[in-house]
Design a binder for this molecule. Structure first.
Ligand code: 13P
Length: 248
């Protein structure tokens, strides 16, 4: 893909007042950034984002999406609903949803499918736990997670974004080294190459304690096309530093 992609995942943070300040600072600070930038907000703030970010370079997304199209699914939000709020991206299969909400590979694959059908780019998260890394299962785990999405989405797979987020690096301050991240990204790239004629369209993001200090060395790796940023996306100066590192 051309140009890096930096996506903030606000997780369950924010308020009307805080979002306003953050989005104003980010949209103003984007200036001449040459990378693509988005933030994934709690769904109740998507209307606010649509209003605040309209006409700016900033895109926005949701943090989850229903695996169902419509109907009796209390509390769920469909792809079509999210689309009405200008959503360009939806994170699917974040490890926090796999872990706390029991999302399986099959559910994640269906969520990606619903997003694609509505013209929303799914950001498919994959990543191993510390125990899985320590027992040498990293490759097997991330390949299995991605294979489910490839299997369900067929030729549409070139329209997804993939985020490699090692679970042990999320919110812990322990980032994967650029070499560790590159190694897994290269595996994922090879898997995608075997699945589509247009692997170059697929951005591979790294996520897990990415910050202003480590972004440049991670983003310099061959197969790292951008970042999915948690904590550091909540502070405009930190987020903008990462955007600057991705704009070189
Ligand atoms: P942190 O950047 O806070 O480690 O979170 C990463 C993440 O989970 C982004 O989706």
């Amino acid at each position: 893909m051309s140009g890096k992609l930096i996506v903030g995942n606000w997780k369950m943070n924010g308020s009307l007042a805080a979002n306003q300040e953050l989005v104003r600072a980010v949209t103003t600070g984007l200036g001449t950034a040459t990378c693509k930038v988005a933030v994934c907000a709690p769904a109740v703030y998507l209307l606010q984002l649509q209003q605040l970010a309209a006409g700016s370079q900033l895109m926005w997304g949701a943090q989850d999406i229903s695996a169902h199209e419509q109907g009796a699914y209390t509390g769920e939000l469909s792809a079509a609903m999210l689309r009405e709020f200008g959503v360009r991206f939806a994170i699917v299969g974040h490890s926090e949803r796999r872990q706390y909400h029991g999302e399986t590979d099959a559910v994640v694959a269906t969520k990606a499918q619903r997003a694609l059908a509505a013209g929303i780019t799914p950001i498919v998260c994959v990543g191993e736990s510390l125990a899985e890394r320590e027992t040498g299962h990293t490759e097997e785990v991330v390949k299995r997670q991605l294979a489910a999405v490839i299997h369900t989405n067929g030729h549409c797979i070139s329209e997804i974004v993939v985020a490699y987020e090692p679970v042990w690096a999320i919110g812990t301050g322990k980032t994967a080294s650029p070499e560790q991240a590159q190694q897994v990204h290269a595996l994922l790239r090879a898997q995608l190459k075997a699945a589509t004629e247009h692997p170059e369209r697929i951005a591979l993001l790294y996520g897990g304690s990415m910050n202003a200090a480590n972004a440049a060395s991670l983003l310099a790796q061959n197969d790292i096309d951008g970042g999915l940023i948690g904590g550091a996306s909540l502070k405009s100066t930190d987020f903008l530093s990462i955007v600057a590192a991705a704009s070189h």
